[in-house]
Design a protein around this ligand. Structure first.
Ligand code: CTP
Length: 375
Protein backbone atom coordinates (compact mmCIF):
# COMPACT_ATOMS: atom_id res chain seq x y z
CA UNK A 1 0.00 0.00 0.00
CA UNK A 2 1.18 3.53 -0.79
CA UNK A 3 -0.01 6.57 1.16
CA UNK A 4 0.27 10.07 -0.33
CA UNK A 5 -0.72 13.55 0.72
CA UNK A 6 -3.20 14.85 -1.82
CA UNK A 7 -5.44 17.74 -2.92
CA UNK A 8 -5.58 21.06 -1.12
CA UNK A 9 -2.73 20.32 1.31
CA UNK A 10 -0.26 19.80 -1.56
CA UNK A 11 -1.56 22.90 -3.36
CA UNK A 12 -1.31 25.08 -0.26
CA UNK A 13 2.16 23.81 0.60
CA UNK A 14 3.37 24.74 -2.90
CA UNK A 15 1.73 28.15 -2.54
CA UNK A 16 3.43 28.58 0.82
CA UNK A 17 0.18 29.02 2.72
CA UNK A 18 -1.16 27.27 5.81
CA UNK A 19 -3.56 24.43 4.97
CA UNK A 20 -6.81 23.97 6.89
CA UNK A 21 -6.60 20.19 6.84
CA UNK A 22 -4.67 17.35 5.23
CA UNK A 23 -6.22 14.66 3.04
CA UNK A 24 -4.48 11.41 2.20
CA UNK A 25 -5.03 8.91 -0.58
CA UNK A 26 -4.24 5.23 -0.14
CA UNK A 27 -3.27 3.25 -3.25
CA UNK A 28 -3.17 -0.54 -3.43
CA UNK A 29 -5.17 -1.30 -0.27
CA UNK A 30 -8.53 -2.88 0.53
CA UNK A 31 -11.07 -1.72 3.13
CA UNK A 32 -10.26 -4.80 5.19
CA UNK A 33 -6.54 -3.98 5.28
CA UNK A 34 -7.31 -0.45 6.44
CA UNK A 35 -9.52 -1.67 9.28
CA UNK A 36 -6.87 -4.23 10.34
CA UNK A 37 -4.37 -1.35 10.57
CA UNK A 38 -6.68 0.46 13.01
CA UNK A 39 -8.31 2.99 10.62
CA UNK A 40 -11.95 3.78 11.38
CA UNK A 41 -14.29 3.64 8.36
CA UNK A 42 -16.50 6.73 8.07
CA UNK A 43 -17.37 7.16 4.40
CA UNK A 44 -21.06 6.74 3.71
CA UNK A 45 -20.69 7.24 -0.03
CA UNK A 46 -17.11 6.13 -0.63
CA UNK A 47 -14.35 4.38 1.35
CA UNK A 48 -12.89 7.01 3.66
CA UNK A 49 -11.17 6.22 6.94
CA UNK A 50 -10.02 8.19 9.96
CA UNK A 51 -6.47 7.70 11.19
CA UNK A 52 -6.56 6.31 14.77
CA UNK A 53 -4.03 8.87 16.09
CA UNK A 54 -4.15 11.99 13.92
CA UNK A 55 -7.88 11.98 13.09
CA UNK A 56 -6.99 12.86 9.47
CA UNK A 57 -8.92 11.52 6.48
CA UNK A 58 -7.54 8.67 4.37
CA UNK A 59 -9.47 7.74 1.22
CA UNK A 60 -8.90 4.68 -0.93
CA UNK A 61 -7.87 5.62 -4.47
CA UNK A 62 -11.03 5.64 -6.57
CA UNK A 63 -12.57 6.53 -9.89
CA UNK A 64 -16.02 8.05 -10.20
CA UNK A 65 -18.84 8.14 -12.72
CA UNK A 66 -21.87 10.35 -12.70
CA UNK A 67 -25.05 8.42 -12.02
CA UNK A 68 -27.55 11.06 -10.91
CA UNK A 69 -28.10 14.72 -10.18
CA UNK A 70 -26.04 17.07 -8.03
CA UNK A 71 -23.00 16.65 -5.85
CA UNK A 72 -23.95 13.22 -4.51
CA UNK A 73 -25.03 11.64 -7.80
CA UNK A 74 -21.98 9.41 -8.33
CA UNK A 75 -21.08 5.76 -8.44
CA UNK A 76 -17.51 5.21 -7.40
CA UNK A 77 -15.13 2.39 -8.00
CA UNK A 78 -12.43 1.77 -5.40
CA UNK A 79 -10.08 -1.17 -5.66
CA UNK A 80 -6.39 -1.86 -5.01
CA UNK A 81 -5.99 -1.65 -8.82
CA UNK A 82 -6.94 2.02 -9.08
CA UNK A 83 -3.70 3.93 -9.64
CA UNK A 84 -2.71 7.25 -8.10
CA UNK A 85 -2.94 8.90 -11.55
CA UNK A 86 -6.46 7.55 -12.05
CA UNK A 87 -7.49 8.96 -8.69
CA UNK A 88 -5.94 12.34 -9.52
CA UNK A 89 -7.73 12.37 -12.90
CA UNK A 90 -11.20 12.47 -11.26
CA UNK A 91 -10.40 15.70 -9.40
CA UNK A 92 -11.68 19.18 -10.17
CA UNK A 93 -8.73 21.51 -10.85
CA UNK A 94 -5.17 20.83 -11.93
CA UNK A 95 -3.89 22.66 -8.85
CA UNK A 96 -5.93 20.23 -6.70
CA UNK A 97 -4.85 17.13 -8.64
CA UNK A 98 -1.33 16.71 -7.27
CA UNK A 99 -0.03 14.23 -4.72
CA UNK A 100 3.09 14.12 -2.59
CA UNK A 101 4.86 10.83 -1.94
CA UNK A 102 6.43 10.14 1.50
CA UNK A 103 9.81 10.89 -0.16
CA UNK A 104 8.61 14.45 -0.82
CA UNK A 105 8.34 13.93 -4.58
CA UNK A 106 5.36 15.69 -6.17
CA UNK A 107 3.23 13.63 -8.55
CA UNK A 108 1.71 16.08 -11.00
CA UNK A 109 0.24 14.41 -14.11
CA UNK A 110 -1.91 17.42 -15.10
CA UNK A 111 0.65 20.23 -14.76
CA UNK A 112 -0.81 21.66 -11.59
CA UNK A 113 2.55 23.20 -10.68
CA UNK A 114 2.64 25.12 -13.95
CA UNK A 115 -0.91 26.37 -13.36
CA UNK A 116 0.10 27.42 -9.85
CA UNK A 117 2.95 29.40 -11.35
CA UNK A 118 0.75 30.86 -14.09
CA UNK A 119 -2.01 31.49 -11.51
CA UNK A 120 -4.70 29.67 -13.44
CA UNK A 121 -7.73 27.79 -12.13
CA UNK A 122 -8.10 25.10 -14.80
CA UNK A 123 -10.24 21.94 -14.87
CA UNK A 124 -8.46 18.58 -15.11
CA UNK A 125 -10.77 17.01 -17.69
CA UNK A 126 -14.29 17.21 -19.08
CA UNK A 127 -15.36 15.11 -16.05
CA UNK A 128 -15.25 18.46 -14.23
CA UNK A 129 -18.83 18.99 -15.44
CA UNK A 130 -20.08 15.88 -13.66
CA UNK A 131 -20.10 17.67 -10.31
CA UNK A 132 -21.99 21.00 -10.26
CA UNK A 133 -20.52 21.88 -6.87
CA UNK A 134 -17.31 22.62 -8.76
CA UNK A 135 -18.86 25.81 -10.15
CA UNK A 136 -19.03 27.09 -6.58
CA UNK A 137 -15.61 25.70 -5.71
CA UNK A 138 -13.94 27.52 -8.62
CA UNK A 139 -15.68 30.78 -7.68
CA UNK A 140 -14.57 30.27 -4.07
CA UNK A 141 -10.94 29.53 -5.05
CA UNK A 142 -11.00 32.61 -7.30
CA UNK A 143 -12.01 34.66 -4.22
CA UNK A 144 -9.48 32.99 -1.91
CA UNK A 145 -6.57 33.34 -4.36
CA UNK A 146 -7.55 36.67 -5.93
CA UNK A 147 -4.82 38.50 -4.00
CA UNK A 148 -2.27 36.15 -5.61
CA UNK A 149 -3.55 37.02 -9.09
CA UNK A 150 -5.40 33.78 -9.94
CA UNK A 151 -7.83 33.79 -12.89
CA UNK A 152 -10.30 31.20 -14.15
CA UNK A 153 -9.13 29.57 -17.42
CA UNK A 154 -11.36 30.46 -20.38
CA UNK A 155 -12.19 26.80 -21.12
CA UNK A 156 -13.06 26.19 -17.49
CA UNK A 157 -15.38 29.19 -17.51
CA UNK A 158 -17.07 27.74 -20.63
CA UNK A 159 -17.65 24.44 -18.80
CA UNK A 160 -19.05 26.35 -15.83
CA UNK A 161 -21.51 28.13 -18.16
CA UNK A 162 -22.56 24.77 -19.58
CA UNK A 163 -23.19 23.45 -16.07
CA UNK A 164 -25.31 26.53 -15.29
CA UNK A 165 -27.31 26.06 -18.49
CA UNK A 166 -27.88 22.36 -17.72
CA UNK A 167 -29.94 23.13 -14.61
CA UNK A 168 -27.74 20.87 -12.46
CA UNK A 169 -27.00 23.67 -9.99
CA UNK A 170 -30.58 23.40 -8.80
CA UNK A 171 -29.85 19.94 -7.40
CA UNK A 172 -27.09 21.06 -5.03
CA UNK A 173 -27.88 20.71 -1.36
CA UNK A 174 -28.32 23.91 0.65
CA UNK A 175 -25.52 22.84 3.01
CA UNK A 176 -22.95 22.55 0.21
CA UNK A 177 -23.92 25.93 -1.23
CA UNK A 178 -23.72 27.55 2.23
CA UNK A 179 -20.36 25.90 2.93
CA UNK A 180 -18.76 27.34 -0.21
CA UNK A 181 -20.43 30.72 0.33
CA UNK A 182 -19.09 30.88 3.89
CA UNK A 183 -15.56 30.04 2.71
CA UNK A 184 -15.85 32.82 0.13
CA UNK A 185 -17.11 35.25 2.77
CA UNK A 186 -14.07 34.38 4.89
CA UNK A 187 -11.75 35.26 2.01
CA UNK A 188 -10.35 38.73 1.41
CA UNK A 189 -12.45 39.12 -1.75
CA UNK A 190 -16.01 37.78 -1.34
CA UNK A 191 -17.20 39.94 -4.25
CA UNK A 192 -14.98 37.95 -6.62
CA UNK A 193 -16.99 34.85 -5.68
CA UNK A 194 -20.24 36.56 -6.73
CA UNK A 195 -18.62 38.05 -9.82
CA UNK A 196 -17.42 34.66 -11.08
CA UNK A 197 -20.85 33.15 -10.45
CA UNK A 198 -22.35 36.05 -12.38
CA UNK A 199 -19.93 35.54 -15.27
CA UNK A 200 -20.91 31.89 -15.61
CA UNK A 201 -24.65 32.66 -15.24
CA UNK A 202 -24.92 30.77 -11.95
CA UNK A 203 -25.90 33.71 -9.77
CA UNK A 204 -29.59 33.71 -10.79
CA UNK A 205 -29.96 30.09 -9.77
CA UNK A 206 -27.85 30.08 -6.61
CA UNK A 207 -28.12 33.61 -5.20
CA UNK A 208 -30.77 35.45 -7.18
CA UNK A 209 -30.90 38.01 -4.32
CA UNK A 210 -27.50 39.30 -5.42
CA UNK A 211 -28.21 39.26 -9.17
CA UNK A 212 -29.08 42.95 -9.37
CA UNK A 213 -26.19 44.10 -7.21
CA UNK A 214 -23.62 46.25 -8.92
CA UNK A 215 -20.50 44.60 -7.52
CA UNK A 216 -17.79 47.00 -8.66
CA UNK A 217 -18.89 50.08 -6.69
CA UNK A 218 -19.13 47.87 -3.58
CA UNK A 219 -15.52 46.83 -3.80
CA UNK A 220 -13.95 49.77 -1.86
CA UNK A 221 -16.42 49.23 1.01
CA UNK A 222 -15.59 45.53 1.15
CA UNK A 223 -11.86 46.24 1.14
CA UNK A 224 -12.25 48.73 3.99
CA UNK A 225 -14.39 46.27 5.93
CA UNK A 226 -11.88 43.45 5.55
CA UNK A 227 -9.29 45.69 7.22
CA UNK A 228 -11.62 46.77 10.03
CA UNK A 229 -13.14 43.35 10.70
CA UNK A 230 -12.67 40.41 8.31
CA UNK A 231 -15.32 38.15 9.91
CA UNK A 232 -17.61 36.50 7.31
CA UNK A 233 -20.83 37.60 9.05
CA UNK A 234 -19.84 41.23 8.50
CA UNK A 235 -19.13 40.70 4.81
CA UNK A 236 -22.56 39.12 4.46
CA UNK A 237 -24.19 42.04 6.30
CA UNK A 238 -22.48 44.47 3.95
CA UNK A 239 -23.88 42.65 0.91
CA UNK A 240 -27.36 42.63 2.42
CA UNK A 241 -27.22 46.34 3.19
CA UNK A 242 -26.19 47.02 -0.40
CA UNK A 243 -29.26 45.07 -1.54
CA UNK A 244 -31.42 47.21 0.73
CA UNK A 245 -30.39 50.24 -1.31
CA UNK A 246 -31.96 48.75 -4.41
CA UNK A 247 -35.47 50.09 -4.64
CA UNK A 248 -38.58 48.00 -4.01
CA UNK A 249 -36.85 45.46 -1.85
CA UNK A 250 -38.13 44.34 1.52
CA UNK A 251 -34.67 43.58 2.85
CA UNK A 252 -35.68 42.05 6.17
CA UNK A 253 -37.73 39.31 4.56
CA UNK A 254 -35.21 38.89 1.75
CA UNK A 255 -32.46 38.23 4.31
CA UNK A 256 -34.75 35.88 6.20
CA UNK A 257 -35.64 33.92 3.04
CA UNK A 258 -32.06 33.75 1.77
CA UNK A 259 -30.68 32.49 5.10
CA UNK A 260 -33.47 29.94 5.39
CA UNK A 261 -33.03 28.70 1.83
CA UNK A 262 -29.28 28.14 1.99
CA UNK A 263 -29.34 27.34 5.72
CA UNK A 264 -26.94 30.06 6.82
CA UNK A 265 -26.38 30.09 10.57
CA UNK A 266 -28.68 32.54 12.43
CA UNK A 267 -25.85 34.87 13.39
CA UNK A 268 -25.52 35.86 9.69
CA UNK A 269 -29.23 36.67 9.47
CA UNK A 270 -29.27 38.62 12.73
CA UNK A 271 -26.25 40.82 12.07
CA UNK A 272 -27.38 41.55 8.50
CA UNK A 273 -30.81 42.64 9.68
CA UNK A 274 -29.33 44.70 12.50
CA UNK A 275 -26.95 46.48 10.17
CA UNK A 276 -29.61 47.32 7.58
CA UNK A 277 -31.65 48.90 10.40
CA UNK A 278 -28.62 50.62 11.98
CA UNK A 279 -27.50 52.09 8.66
CA UNK A 280 -30.96 53.47 7.93
CA UNK A 281 -31.25 55.50 11.14
CA UNK A 282 -27.68 56.26 12.24
CA UNK A 283 -27.18 59.46 10.24
CA UNK A 284 -30.27 60.99 11.93
CA UNK A 285 -29.85 59.43 15.35
CA UNK A 286 -29.13 62.68 17.18
CA UNK A 287 -32.40 64.18 15.91
CA UNK A 288 -34.62 61.32 17.08
CA UNK A 289 -36.97 61.64 20.06
CA UNK A 290 -35.96 59.89 23.33
CA UNK A 291 -38.64 57.24 22.73
CA UNK A 292 -37.42 56.59 19.17
CA UNK A 293 -33.83 56.29 20.39
CA UNK A 294 -34.74 53.80 23.08
CA UNK A 295 -36.94 51.78 20.73
CA UNK A 296 -34.14 51.44 18.19
CA UNK A 297 -31.52 50.61 20.82
CA UNK A 298 -33.77 47.82 22.11
CA UNK A 299 -34.72 46.63 18.65
CA UNK A 300 -31.03 46.24 17.83
CA UNK A 301 -30.46 44.44 21.16
CA UNK A 302 -27.57 46.82 21.88
CA UNK A 303 -28.21 46.63 25.63
CA UNK A 304 -28.21 42.83 25.79
CA UNK A 305 -25.49 42.20 23.19
CA UNK A 306 -22.90 44.96 23.66
CA UNK A 307 -20.41 43.27 21.31
CA UNK A 308 -22.66 44.01 18.35
CA UNK A 309 -22.04 47.76 18.40
CA UNK A 310 -18.34 47.61 17.40
CA UNK A 311 -19.34 45.31 14.52
CA UNK A 312 -22.07 47.69 13.37
CA UNK A 313 -19.65 50.61 13.61
CA UNK A 314 -17.04 48.81 11.49
CA UNK A 315 -19.71 48.07 8.92
CA UNK A 316 -20.90 51.67 8.91
CA UNK A 317 -17.37 53.05 8.57
CA UNK A 318 -16.67 50.77 5.64
CA UNK A 319 -19.87 51.91 3.92
CA UNK A 320 -19.37 55.61 4.61
CA UNK A 321 -15.72 56.71 4.57
CA UNK A 322 -16.75 60.24 5.65
CA UNK A 323 -17.64 58.91 9.10
CA UNK A 324 -15.06 58.33 11.83
CA UNK A 325 -15.05 56.48 15.15
CA UNK A 326 -15.72 59.83 16.91
CA UNK A 327 -19.11 60.03 15.18
CA UNK A 328 -20.23 57.07 17.26
CA UNK A 329 -18.89 58.27 20.61
CA UNK A 330 -22.13 59.90 21.77
CA UNK A 331 -24.07 56.71 20.99
CA UNK A 332 -21.49 54.65 22.89
CA UNK A 333 -21.74 57.00 25.89
CA UNK A 334 -25.53 56.83 25.81
CA UNK A 335 -25.44 53.02 25.84
CA UNK A 336 -22.94 53.02 28.69
CA UNK A 337 -25.21 55.25 30.78
CA UNK A 338 -28.29 53.14 30.13
CA UNK A 339 -26.38 49.94 30.89
CA UNK A 340 -25.10 51.44 34.14
CA UNK A 341 -28.68 51.62 35.47
CA UNK A 342 -28.94 48.98 38.13
CA UNK A 343 -32.24 47.09 38.49
CA UNK A 344 -31.22 46.42 42.13
CA UNK A 345 -31.55 50.09 43.03
CA UNK A 346 -35.18 49.98 41.85
CA UNK A 347 -35.82 46.70 43.63
CA UNK A 348 -34.63 48.12 46.94
CA UNK A 349 -37.45 50.65 46.52
CA UNK A 350 -39.80 47.66 46.64
CA UNK A 351 -40.63 47.59 42.93
CA UNK A 352 -41.30 44.23 41.24
CA UNK A 353 -42.78 42.78 38.02
CA UNK A 354 -44.43 45.19 35.58
CA UNK A 355 -43.89 48.14 37.90
CA UNK A 356 -40.18 47.46 37.99
CA UNK A 357 -40.09 47.24 34.19
CA UNK A 358 -41.92 50.56 33.84
CA UNK A 359 -39.62 52.34 36.30
CA UNK A 360 -36.50 51.09 34.51
CA UNK A 361 -37.89 52.16 31.13
CA UNK A 362 -38.75 55.61 32.48
CA UNK A 363 -35.17 55.99 33.74
CA UNK A 364 -33.83 54.84 30.38
CA UNK A 365 -36.02 57.41 28.62
CA UNK A 366 -34.72 60.13 30.96
CA UNK A 367 -31.16 59.26 29.93
CA UNK A 368 -32.15 59.38 26.24
CA UNK A 369 -33.85 62.74 26.83
CA UNK A 370 -30.69 64.16 28.39
CA UNK A 371 -28.76 62.84 25.41
CA UNK A 372 -31.17 64.56 23.01
CA UNK A 373 -30.82 67.81 24.96
CA UNK A 374 -27.02 67.91 24.85
CA UNK A 375 -26.29 66.62 21.36
N1 CTP B 1 -12.39 17.48 -4.92
C1 CTP B 1 -12.88 17.47 -6.22
N2 CTP B 1 -14.17 17.85 -6.46
C2 CTP B 1 -14.96 18.27 -5.45
C3 CTP B 1 -14.48 18.30 -4.13
C4 CTP B 1 -13.18 17.90 -3.90
O1 CTP B 1 -12.15 17.11 -7.13
N3 CTP B 1 -16.22 18.64 -5.70
C5 CTP B 1 -11.02 16.99 -4.68
C6 CTP B 1 -9.94 18.03 -4.95
O2 CTP B 1 -8.81 17.32 -5.39
C7 CTP B 1 -9.69 18.64 -3.59
C8 CTP B 1 -9.82 17.43 -2.68
O3 CTP B 1 -10.87 16.65 -3.30
O4 CTP B 1 -8.42 19.23 -3.50
C9 CTP B 1 -10.17 17.75 -1.25
O5 CTP B 1 -11.36 18.48 -1.20
P1 CTP B 1 -11.67 19.56 -0.07
O6 CTP B 1 -11.02 19.17 1.19
O7 CTP B 1 -13.14 19.77 -0.11
O8 CTP B 1 -11.06 20.91 -0.65
P2 CTP B 1 -9.57 21.39 -0.75
O9 CTP B 1 -9.18 21.45 -2.20
O10 CTP B 1 -8.69 20.60 0.15
O11 CTP B 1 -9.65 22.90 -0.31
P3 CTP B 1 -9.97 23.51 1.13
O12 CTP B 1 -9.63 22.46 2.15
O13 CTP B 1 -9.14 24.72 1.15
O14 CTP B 1 -11.44 23.80 1.07
Amino acid sequence: MQICLVGGAVRDQLLGIQSQDRDWVVVGATEKEMIVQGFRPVGRDFPVFIHPNTGEEYALARTERKSGHGYAGFTFFASPDVSLEEDLARRDLTINAMAQLPSGEIIDPFSGQKDLQDKVLRHVSSAFSEDPLRVLRVARFAAQFHHLGFQVATDTMSLMREISASGELGFLSAERVAQEFEKALCSQHPLVFLDILKQCNALDCLFSEFSRLDLEPLSPSMLRLKILNPAPELSFALLCQAISELQEVNTASLIQDLCLRIKMPNRYRDLARQFVRFYSFMSDFAQLSPQQKLTIIKELRLLKEPNTLPELISLYLSRDPQMTHEDFESLQRLLQRIRALSPQSFMTKGLTGAELGKAIEAAQLDICALDTKYT
